[in-house]
Design a protein around this ligand. Structure first.
Ligand SMILES: Cc1cc2nc3c(=O)[nH]c(=O)nc-3n(C[C@H](O)[C@H](O)[C@H](O)COP(=O)(O)OP(=O)(O)OC[C@H]3O[C@@H](n4cnc5c(N)ncnc54)[C@H](O)[C@@H]3O)c2cc1C
Length: 466
């Protein structure tokens, strides 16, 4: 067990010297705002919130914390879904929201250089204005790039383009000791020793604080189309996912939503979708630089779906209709939260095993009498199972939740999947990490953590216990 120092008045005045009065937040409202993310993990109040505005300030804060053994929890927008940003041991919550400048969009190298607090939606807007695309597209567009990098966020374009890791070409980061490391850059290739860049991506704020990122961009395809396809049964919809790929169509998005999700989105948005009376739906997005190519892909998708139990293919052919459909898909988590208490499991299975996963979820639902609604990035096998409390008494639901979560994760792993596809281990999924990676790998991870952070001050108690 590590002994931690407290944020005394003396420490506060040192922090004030570093970040100035604008950079210290300590009223009750701010402490409470920075005590939790969007997961079910109970809030943990930090002793103080600091809001640095430069890498140098981050480094000075870390030096002070290292010397005094004060725990520091890096935070972006706190939209995480696994408790990664909750200051478990109090101490300093370091929000990177103030470092939010897009420093450069380099059209010759197709790279963007950004500070960690840049919101994903702002980067999308800036790049798309120039006919470029930063492909990672997590549903929560107010998340920060620093948070996305630290959780290796995925999103709706994962199937065709991959995840955040595939677009990080360089990082500047501050170690727990306050020292800077500069990893990668704009060069496209590197075979230069161990790839520490990859170690920082997805490390959930436990190894270093990301202070700058160099991100890859791609040309933005000129034409897109989106189809909304109801299915007569959930299995048909799940099977169509791998059939689309088998027939050599590579949609940029292939989302699966069950009827409960569609009805919940309609209720939340106060408007109807083209259909809501079937058990399952696919939302399929195709894109290309030639209109004929997009139309051909859409036709093939339509044929496959109709052969596999699809009822109708609704095509959103204008930008406005496409935006409305995406709005319905992306609001789902907020919609569920608006009406019920929920938790979620985001296992990722090989795409071809999605039908087995969906069937397994139904069995778990029947065994435990708990409502589970599957929604997700089916194209890359990442199904989010939303576990809904509904009318269950809270204590009973919490008991069942633990068992149901465990069964879902076991199911995912038994099908060749992972514990978390994109939300991370954080605090809430710590128990399940060894289920997938085993003791030897957890010990290796702990040894890496000790090498970066010998006093265990950076986001302690996350991913695993030291
Ligand atoms: C409605 C909704 C939809 C979502 N959809 C998706 C989705 O489609 N795909 C997906 O992947 N996720 C999704 N998420 C989860 C969440 O948005 C992502 O995990 C996102 O990456 C978190 O970013 P953030 O800025 O909010 O980070 P936070 O929640 O603040 O932090 C997340 C983790 O990163 C660490 N961290 C943050 N900034 C830094 C930094 N600069 N340096 C070091 N560590 C840092 C924190 O310590 C924490 O461990 C969704 C969440 C919601 C609420």
């Amino acid at each position: 067990m590590y002994q931690y120092g407290r944020v005394t008045p003396d420490i506060k005045s040192k922090l004030l010297e570093i970040v100035g009065s604008e950079g210290i937040l300590e009223d009750e409202e701010e402490l409470s705002k920075h005590s939790h993310d969007e997961s079910l993990m109970p809030p943990h109040l930090p002793e103080v919130v600091v809001r640095p505005s430069s890498s140098e300030e981050v480094s000075k804060i870390m030096r002070l914390a290292y010397e005094k053994r004060i725990p520091v929890t890096p935070q972006g927008s706190r939209t995480g879904l696994s408790g990664g940003a909750n200051p478990l041991y109090g101490g300093i919550a370091m929000t990177l929201e103030g470092m939010n400048r897009i420093l450069e969009i380099d059209e010759e190298n197709l790279m963007a250089v950004v500070e960690p607090g840049v919101l994903i939606m702002d980067l999308h807007q800036e790049t798309e204005k120039r006919g470029l695309l930063y492909p990672p597209d997590p549903g929560q567009e107010s998340g920060t790039i620093g948070g996305n990098i630290s959780t290796n966020a995925g999103g709706v374009r994962g199937m065709k383009y991959g995840v955040t890791r595939d677009y990080v070409n360089g990082l500047e980061a501050v170690l727990p000791s306050g020292e800077f490391i500069s990893l990668g850059g704009k060069a496209m290739k590197s075979s230069t020793g161990y790839e520490l860049l990859d170690l920082i991506i997805g490390s959930e704020g436990t190894l270093a604080v990301v202070t700058k990122a160099t991100l890859k961009l791609v040309p933005k395809p000129q034409h897109t189309a989106l189809a909304y396809i109801p299915f007569n049964d959930v299995k048909g919809a799940a099977k169509a996912v791998s059939e689309i790929v088998r027939r050599r169509v590579m949609p940029y998005a292939l989302e699966y939503v069950e009827q409960h999700g569609v009805l919940t989105a309609e209720r939340y948005l106060g408007r109807s979708l083209p259909d809501h009376s079937h058990p399952a739906y696919l939302i399929v997005g195709v894109e290309g630089n030639r209109e004929e190519e997009v139309e051909r892909d859409l036709e093939t998708v339509g044929e496959i779906c109709m052969e596999g139990g699809g009822v109708e293919v609704y095509v959103a052919d204008t930008q406005t209709r496409q935006r409305q459909l995406w709005e319905a898909r992306k609001c789902l988590f907020d919609a569920y939260k608006a009406f019920w208490e929920i938790d979620e499991v985001d296992v990722c299975v090989p795409r071809s095993r999605i039908p087995d996963y969906i069937e397994g979820v139904k069995r778990i639902m029947e065994t435990y009498g708990v409502l589970i609604s599957n929604i997700g990035h089916a194209g890359d096998g990442n199904v989010h199972s939303i576990i809904v409390r509904g009318e269950l008494e809270r204590d009973r639901w919490l008991q069942l939740l633990e068992r149901v979560t465990e069964r879902l994760i076991e199911l995912g792993i038994s099908l060749g999947g992972t514990v978390s596809g994109e939300h991370g281990i954080g605090y809430t999924k710590k128990k399940y990490l060894p289920y997938k990676v085993g003791r030897v790998q957890v010990e290796l991870m702990k040894a890496i953590k000790r090498a970066f952070d010998p006093h265990n001050i950076l986001n302690p108690g996350k991913v695993f216990d030291l």
